[in-house]
Design a protein around this ligand. Structure first.
Ligand code: PMP
Length: 395
């Protein structure tokens, strides 16, 4: 039997996705990201970005990037170990370490490759990784790059984590054992139970790894989930992205000096991929300076999120158990959820439907991420749209 050609394989799988409503048609933004965006010539209230503090379009970041463009040019020229590290990269890492209250930090080109880099540089054959079942795809892929045994524990279920940690340690089969969790989970907006996780880790001698992509800049007066719980000296790996609250792009690990030194000699995206453009690093530094100087944007973010969440609740929506500015509006049925998001779009609100397989069957939701840059007037308009779509669809 002859094997299908590449075209046959692609066509068959694309058709399957389209038939099941799982083909994601990507929207093209005309202009930048902010509380208002433009698609197909229409203005929409944007509730789908991770630009939590509104810094992606902030004039201070733009000016810092412009100045750095003139000073350094566009590209870094090489991987950092060869010819690419510039003073601006070093300054970014110094400021990240200060921001996270750790001894040192290392910056990567994205949050995604940061997880691939950090996990695979440390975990090896004979080790085990305990990973929350709802961890981000980049953590899953980072684990796949290692020869360590990956053991999933039930989402934020501390009994299950303890059971698996005990079994793994007592089996005597593993050398290093690591526990990995997101700090804030992006589909429900719930916060990891870090105090319990750290206690279990200390009881069973586990390495602790927290990906705080959605908590950094948001919780702990900006410093993130680990700081929020006062655990800065008890977590080994603090991962963050520069693409969400910071508003630019990139990822980082903050931790002890030896860890960062090791990642600089062993992590593959650092060693084999060209450094972040210097203007990007300069914009990230400007964002960190803004966040360190004042809590104004975080306060605005939280009051905006509370306003919008309360508005949705008053309209009778189920916002699940969110504890952060990620606000799911749980509709349930997949088709209805997709329809709800489409009708919101027609009414001028951009909030994406998230359905199975990204979340469990029957828990389809429209996910909202209010930012510090939204105004009350924008939320009121969005809530009016939610109300009328709810009535029309009988949700
Ligand atoms: N970790 C988590 C928990 C995330 O949500 C994301 C972004 N979706 C990433 C890592 C990847 O970050 P980036 O977009 O900066 O590559």
């Amino acid at each position: 039997m002859s094997s299908p050609s590449l075209t046959e394989f692609l066509q068959r799988n694309l058709e399957e996705l389209k038939k099941n409503g799982l083909f994601n048609q990507i929207n093209v933004l005309q202009g930048g990201n902010g509380p208002l965006i433009h698609i197909d010539g229409r203005e929409l209230i944007n509730l789908s970005s991770n630009n939590y503090l509104g810094l992606a379009g902030d004039e201070r970041l733009i000016q810092a990037a412009e100045k750095a463009l003139r000073k350094y040019g566009v590209g870094a020229g090489a991987v950092r170990t060869i010819n690419g590290t510039m003073d601006v990269h070093e300054e970014l890492e110094t400021k990240l370490a200060r921001f996270k209250q750790t001894e040192a930090a290392i910056a990567y080109q994205s949050g995604f490759n940061c997880n691939m880099a950090a996990i695979s540089a440390v975990m090896e054959a004979g080790d085990a990784i305990l990973s929350d079942e709802l961890n981000h795809a980049s953590i899953i892929d980072g684990c796949r790059l290692t020869k360590a045994k990956v053991i999933r524990f039930k989402h934020s279920d501390m009994e299950d984590l303890e059971k698996q940690a005990k079994a793994a340690r007592e089996s005597g089969q593993y050398n290093k054992i690591m526990v990995i969790t997101d700090g804030v989970f992006s589909m429900d907006g719930d916060i990891a139970k870090l105090p319990e996780i750290v206690e279990i880790a200390e009881r069973y001698d586990l390495i602790t790894y927290v990906d705080d992509a959605h908590g950094s800049g948001v919780l702990g007066k900006g410093a993130g989930t680990v700081k929020h719980f006062g655990l800065s000296d008890r977590v080994d790996f603090q991962i963050g992205t520069l693409s969400k609250a910071i508003g630019v792009v990139g990822g980082y690990v903050a931790g002890k000096r030896e860890l960062i030194e090791w990642l600089k000699v062993r992590s593959r995206p650092f060693l084999f991929s060209t450094a972040t453009p210097p203007a990007i690093a300069a914009a990230c530094i400007a964002a960190l300076d803004i966040m360190t100087d004042s809590a104004e944007l975080q306060e605005k973010l939280w009051s905006n999120a509370a306003y919008f969440r309360e508005g949705l609740k008053q309209l009778g929506f189920n916002t699940g158990h969110t504890a952060t500015p990620i606000i799911p509006c749980i509709i349930g049925d997949e088709v209805k959820t997709q329809q709800f998001s489409k009708e919101l779009f027609e009414a001028g609100v951009y909030a994406k439907a998230i359905v199975f397989p990204t979340v469990q069957k029957g828990t389809g939701r429209v996910r909202n991420m209010p930012t510090a840059a939204h105004t009350k007037e924008m939320f009121d308009r969005a809530l009016t749209a939610y109300e009328s779509v709810k009535k029309r669809l009988g949700v």
